[in-house]
Design a protein around this ligand. Structure first.
Ligand SMILES: C[S@@+](CC[C@H](N)C(=O)[O-])C[C@H]1O[C@@H](n2cnc3c(N)ncnc32)[C@H](O)[C@@H]1O
Length: 194
């Protein structure tokens, strides 16, 4: 991650702490673990939630093959603008991830098979968390996969435990990866199958 991007990310954290929710962008190692767990298929429609400065976006774009569709949903206008400069072909929807059904309509797709999320779940109020998860399930077919990460040091905090329970009550399978130590702070990946 270039220094300029890190500075920009920290600027957004100071500007919008209630939606940025992390001190630094995710590492390349965490991005690789997220994408490997998403297991994108040849005809997948992929959505990224909360791309920020694009820590996962670049690796996803490099992974995509013709026939796969991809769009991003980012609530922070400043992040969205920078992303569009960095990835001119990327479709960035400037809205809350709970509006994914509208994004699908605008994209002309009827489902999302893979969601790669960088959203700061642990700082969301429960009702926002639930709205975003439920809206995702509305557009995701059975067998669809949702991947997200959680910081190891915070796993026992009440909000993180509530998030894990919210996943368990909605998805038919939830798997946790081994820790990704090369991330600040270290994290694990949840792979959730509808
Ligand atoms: C922790 S940062 C992660 C950024 C990037 N994915 C990474 O891992 O470095 C959280 C991102 O989620 C975005 N975000 C927060 N709430 C959101 C919401 N309700 N809908 C869409 N994006 C949201 C923030 O603006 C920010 O870009």
């Amino acid at each position: 991650m270039a220094n300029g991007e890190t500075r920009f990310f920290i600027g957004q954290l100071l500007n919008k702490p209630g939606s940025t929710g992390a001190l630094l962008p995710s590492s390349g190692r965490l991005a690789a673990r997220m994408i490997e767990n998403a297991r994108i298929q040849p005809d997948s429609v992929v959505a990224e939630y909360g791309p920020g400065t694009g820590a996962f976006t670049g690796p996803i774009l490099r992974e995509l093959k013709p026939g796969q569709r991809f769009f991003a949903i980012e609530v922070n206008e400043n992040f969205a603008g920078e992303l569009e400069k960095r990835f001119p072909d990327l479709h960035v929807h400037r809205c809350c991830a709970s509006g994914v059904a509208d994004c699908c309509r605008r994209e002309g797709v009827d489902r999302v098979d893979r969601v790669v999320s960088g959203l700061p779940w642990a700082i969301f109020p429960d009702d926002l968390r639930d709205r975003i998860l439920d809206a995702m399930l509305e557009v995701m077919p059975d067998g669809g996969v949702f991947v997200t990460f959680a910081y190891l040091h915070a796993l026992l905090l009440p909000a993180a435990r509530r998030f894990r329970r919210a996943l368990g009550s909605r998805f038919s399978r939830v798997e946790s990866s081994k820790p990704v130590w090369l991330n600040l702070p270290p994290a694990l990946v949840y792979r959730c199958v509808k």
